[in-house]
Design a protein. Structure first.
Length: 59
């Protein structure tokens, strides 16, 4: 094998590793976004309940 072939194989291995690393990172970001979306929906429900609550008339 020539030096060029070894360099091409090495670059392919590095690119494959980088691709796997970035794919794993994207899954974590998606999970974080899903968690944030759930928390925001819960807060939105709390605010909706708070703003639509009617006060009791003073006696």
């Amino acid at each position: 094998m020539t030096q060029e072939t070894i360099a091409i194989i090495g670059a392919a291995i590095v690119l494959a590793g980088l691709n796997l690393y970035l794919a794993r990172g994207l899954n974590e970001v998606r999970r974080d976004i899903a968690d944030l979306r759930e928390r925001m929906a819960r807060l939105e429900g709390l605010f909706d309940g708070f703003t639509k609550r009617e006060r009791e008339p003073a006696a």
